[in-house]
Design a protein around this ligand. Structure first.
Ligand SMILES: NC(=O)c1ccc[n+]([C@@H]2O[C@H](COP(=O)([O-])OP(=O)(O)OC[C@H]3O[C@@H](n4cnc5c(N)ncnc54)[C@H](O)[C@@H]3O)[C@@H](O)[C@H]2O)c1
Ligand SMILES: [Zn+2]
Length: 349
């Protein structure tokens, strides 16, 4: 389990944390080029001041960088530098760079120590926690990867201030998901606020709570054989919608918001989820300016993408459904006709 440091302006604490884990000397920083430029490569500056020699590799911003080709370029770079097995890989950026650098750390020299400085909300509460690292193939996202937890994740909410609004809101979808699954008080707090509350202590309260929930679930089920699957609330339809639109139209969090709405409709049709909880979920998604419907996608394409979901077992889709806020369950017996009906209902007219 990674050690998570969470706060505002805490990046300088990373040096001491690395020292606690016996990391000294050289390290290899793999950074989102845009984030490095915007921040003057803050981690390199801080870690150089504390006596490290920092080598930086800049990765072009965007999902296209999460590829085997990009990983290979980094392997060659590490080989040229004669990187050694005890030296650290530090990922600096959003989920793309975290997953890519994590994949490189898991595989180069059969594993180098890894730390994350996540800079998007998605990366801070989700992708930098729990050890899933991966690259994409043309055939699908995250198809090649590993479970490879970082030593340290240094989560500085200050970075979120420069995030584009659309990326920020997409991150809120995962916050909403976490609250719906596990934390009714957090859900009430979120419902009472808006998404623009960055300067207050709100984020400083929300981010560590989401991090702790994810850590708790992952600690119980590191390789997703049981309870960790709950984190996929909204993701069955969400992933399918992303796949059906070539991963270009919707940000992941937007697709998950639509997917959560679909899951809630399924739960409602099955008589599991009451009208009040359904309405509260719908209201929060709208409040955070996230979509609940899609346009211009063939419902049949979404349905067939669901059949290819990585989490299916023996051809059965495992739906994560809610009985109430804070009461999730896994349901394998959702009738196909109901799934089809709900996917059709999710189309905006
Ligand atoms: N490993 C996991 O458990 C896990 C979980 C969720 C998502 N993911 C993966 O994460 C990726 C999505 O992550 P993401 O949403 O962070 O996307 P991203 O890494 O592409 O970042 C989104 C955009 O924000 C920019 N950016 C990053 N930090 C910024 C900052 N502080 N200020 C301004 N701009 C900034 C980036 O350059 C990029 O353009 C996907 O590939 C997804 O598969 C992995
Ligand atoms: Zn997600």
């Amino acid at each position: 389990m990674e050690e998570a440091l969470v706060g505002r302006d805490i990046l300088p604490d990373l040096s001491a944390a690395l020292a606690r884990h016996g990391i000294d000397g050289r390290l290899f920083l793999i950074a989102d080029a845009r984030v490095a430029e915007q921040t003057g490569n803050a981690p390199a500056r801080i870690l150089t001041e504390s006596g490290h020699t920092v080598h930086t590799y800049l990765v072009p911003s965007g999902e296209g960088s999460k590829s085997l080709r990009q990983a290979e370029r980094i392997y060659h770079w590490l080989a040229e530098q004669r990187a050694e097995r005890k030296e650290l890989i530090l990922a600096f950026g959003g989920g793309v760079v975290g997953d890519l650098a994590g994949f490189v750390a898991a595989t180069y020299l059969r594993g180098m120590p890894l730390a994350h400085v996540p800079t998007t909300l998605v990366a801070q509460i989700d992708s930098s926690i729990g050890g899933k690292v991966a690259v994409d193939l043309p055939e699908g996202k995250n198809l090649v990867g590993a479970f490879y937890p970082a030593l340290i994740t240094c989560i500085d909410v200050r970075f979120l201030e420069s995030l584009a609004r659309r990326d920020l809101l997409a991150g809120w979808a995962e916050v909403i998901k976490t609250a719906l699954l596990f934390d009714p008080p957090l859900f009430d707090e979120i419902a009472g606020r808006g998404p623009d509350d960055l300067t207050s202590d709100f984020l400083l309260s929300v981010v560590p709570r989401c991090v702790r929930w994810k850590q708790k679930v992952v600690a119980e089920d590191p390789k997703e054989q049981g309870i960790r699957a709950l984190l996929n609330y909204g993701h069955t339809i969400g992933h399918a919608l992303e796949a059906a639109t070539g991963y270009e139209r919707y940000l992941h969090g937007e697709a998950v918001a639509i997917g959560m709405h679909g899951a809630a409709r399924i739960a409602q049709h099955l008589g599991l989820l009451g009208a009040d909880a359904f309405a509260r979920q719908q209201a929060v998604i709208a409040q955070y300016k996230l979509p609940v419907r899609y346009t211009n996608v063939d419902p049949a394409a979404i349905e067939s993408a669901i059949a290819l979901d990585k989490k299916n077992r023996h051809g059965k889709v495992r739906w994560i459904l809610l009985e109430d806020v804070g009461k999730p369950r896994i349901e394998s017996g959702v009738p196909q006709e109901l799934v089809r009906k709900v996917i059709e209902e999710l189309q905006a007219c």
